[in-house]
Design a protein around this ligand. Sequence first.
Ligand code: AMP
Ligand code: ZN
Ligand code: FE
Ligand code: FE
Length: 282
Amino acid sequence: MGRADLHTHTRASDGELTARELVDKALQKKLTTLSITDHDTIAGYLDVKEYASQAGLELISGVEISTIWNDREIHMLAYGFAPGNDSLRALLLRQKRARKNRMKAIVSELNKKGIAIEYDEVMAEAGSGNIGRPHAASVLISKGYVASVPEAFIRYLSNTHLEGITTEYAEISEVVAIIKEAGGITSIAHPGPYLTLSEVEQLVKYGIDGIECIHPSHNFNVQRLFTRFAGTHNLLITGGSDFHGSPKSEYDPYFGIVTLGTQHVEAIKRSCHNRKRMLKSV
Ligand code: AMP
Ligand code: ZN
Ligand code: FE
Ligand code: FE
């Protein structure tokens, strides 16, 4: 039986590796299925679609979308959608703009605190990838304000520091509708550190299809809790390592270790297949 990693990032967002390097690394680790779930972009996935298939690695379309729910940021994973869907492309374009505007607001908050960084420096760090807080963290490190990415989050960038900043991220209901229309499924990313079980219960009422039960931030008990919840609520089980590449993330060592069994991948693929068939019949 094969092993899958359905949560990874590349240089198309805040990861360190190119999509091609990530595919090579997945093959080295003997993974059979991979999903590249960059923040609000599928550019990395599109880059290596052909390459992965030639190399014999199953690649499932994926993305991690930042959404807003009750003034809180919730990460939603989406899989198995048609990447060319117009509504999805329009959504990702809007999200890209929202990320830029949010970073401008973050930089101006930091400036008020006496931190001398500029938006253009953070943009340069992101390169052609979608901008995000880890890029701001890198600038803070290179300017000597902090020593590490975790320290940058603890001192300046975590959600609690950003409460005054409004974002233009999409609402959950809109994301769910668009992914359905594109023939894909949605899953709540890494609920363990962020959401209570009752909040997850409220969220799935929006029509979310699955829960990311398997994630490096989930210990055995948390994993069991959400896996049972998925079972009783008839939800898909998704999971992966949230690999970003060193030194951006503490989850780095889990690539090839925190994996999802292929029976769950088959269930995800079946759901997407059925969804696409339903779309064709209407
Ligand atoms: P953003 O896309 O701007 O919302 O930033 C989210 C990303 O920041 C996550 O995907 C992680 O890569 C990183 N991140 C979030 N919280 C932390 C943290 N406490 N320490 C290190 N990295 C973090
Ligand atoms: Zn990230
Ligand atoms: Fe996330
Ligand atoms: Fe992630």
